[in-house]
Every structure is written in C-alpha cells, then in structure tokens.
Design a protein around this ligand. Sequence first.
Ligand code: ZN
Length: 140
Amino acid sequence: MTDTWTDRLSEYLDGELTDAERAALESHLASCRECVTRSPRLREVAARAAALMARPPADDLWPGIEPRLQSGANAVFPSARAPSRRFSFTLPQLAAAGIALMVMSGGGVWVLQHGGRATSAPASSRPIRLAPAPRVVSTR
Ligand SMILES: [Zn+2]
C-alpha cells in the first residue's frame, strides 16, 4: 500500500522538498506507519550507497588497456571500418521484379495505344478536309 508521500520519502531524505511539503510530510509521518518504517530503511540505503561510492576501485585496468589500443586499433576493433553496403536478392525476388517490369511496360504501351483515343482532344494525325472554294463564273 502506497500513499502520495511514499514516493517522495527519498526527496525528503535528500532535502529536496519545499518547506511546506516537508512540514506536510512530517505531519503525515506522525500518523502513517508505512512511511515511518520506510524512511529509516531509505536513510540506511542512502548511507550505504554513499559509503560504497566513496571506495576507489581495487585495480586500475587502464595501464593494461591503453598500450593495446595504441599498438593497433584495427586489431582491437576489427569492425571499426565502415561496412560496404551490398544488396543481394533471391531468385524469386528477381523473377518478381522482372514480371513487374514487363507488366508495367506492357501497360504503358497499352495506354499509349488505346488510352489516347478515348480523350476528347482532336487527334493531330487526322487529315483536315477543307471545304471546296466557291466557284466564280465569269459570263462576259
Ligand atoms: Zn505514508
């Protein structure tokens, strides 16, 4: 069971609450048994963590690592070179791409042959028939 102050106990222990929040939490601690039992545990955990962080590492590994890095970077990181991009396709993928190309080019030819006549624009290849010129007859 948690209440609104349970999650804020660590902020209280770290001194991150405002004065009003701290006063409200302290009055809550007088009545809430769960928070009272949690806060000493949190205080203990925080103290242990602080003690652990202050301890220096037992062995310094860097003097053994640094010369190996400087002797040959490629030996340490064999995949450090930029990988070349290579595409590969399976035979069914290539066959599907070929079929798709044939269908699209055939459809394009069909549209050019059949689809062009369906438009309402006048065809430029149709011969234009001119009306016969009026005949002028002289009677002199
Ligand atoms: Zn509580």
